[in-house]
Write a protein that binds this ligand. Structure first.
Ligand code: URA
Length: 209
């Protein structure tokens, strides 16, 4: 079974409170989501391998550590996932960014791929799939499936707020994918919104409501 990590760093929790607040406007909401994504990227990259290199400081030669050239890919689920990308790229600027778009089939109510564009070397990269909200888990499960189908082997899922239903769905479908969240909320309501959540992440990011 995959693990669930809740990033309860005070800065993340503080910013998340203002993200949740309905009085926070689009500009500030967008900035805060980006900042929290940066802070979460700091935590999620804790296990990146290091290698030693030789350098010269102004004082002497030294052996020092650098990240061991791990190839990373960030995959936002369209559209709200886009709001987290720049924040992550601040810390991992060499990462490649792929995109996965899904729509809900009106008859089966299941998510269906309509757009998948990934880096060419999928099999060599470690991926972080991002979406601010993990609600029913349908999109996350399908996006991870889309990545695996194309050869991805090492995948993490990162979101701001998760519902227990979504966490369980991802764990059931993808027991090899660890989940990184800023908060685990209470439940989903009858309209599929996370309670207390933050409302519609896409609308709040892009000012469409
Ligand atoms: N997607 C959102 O943007 N918000 C929710 O509460 C659930 C899914």
């Amino acid at each position: 079974m995959s693990k669930v990590y809740v990033f309860d760093h005070p800065l993340i929790q503080h910013k998340l409170t203002y993200i949740r607040d309905k009085h926070t406007g689009t500009k500030e909401f967008r900035e805060l989501v980006e900042e929290v994504a940066t802070l979460m990227a700091f935590e999620i990259t804790r296990d990146l391998p290091l290698q030693e290199v030789e350098i010269e400081t102004p004082v002497s030669k030294a052996r020092a550590k650098v990240i061991a050239g791990k190839k990373l890919g960030i995959i936002p689920i369209l559209r709200a996932g886009i709001g987290m990308v720049d924040g992550i790229l601040k810390l991992i600027p060499a990462a490649k960014v792929g995109h996965i778009g899904l729509y809900r089939d009106p008859e089966t109510l299941k998510p269906v791929e309509y757009y998948v564009k990934l880096p060419t070397d999928v099999e060599e990269r470690d991926f972080i799939v991002v979406d601010p909200m993990l609600a029913t888990g349908g999109s996350a499960v399908e996006a991870i499936h889309a990545l695996k189908k194309r050869g991805a082997k090492n995948i993490k899922f990162m979101c701001l707020i998760a519902a227990p239903e979504g966490v369980e769905a991802v764990q059931q479908a993808h027991p090899d994918v660890d989940i990184y969240i800023a908060a685990l909320d209470e439940k989903l309501n009858d309209h599929g919104y996370i309670v207390p959540g933050l409302g519609d992440a896409g609308d709040r990011l892009f000012g469409t409501k």
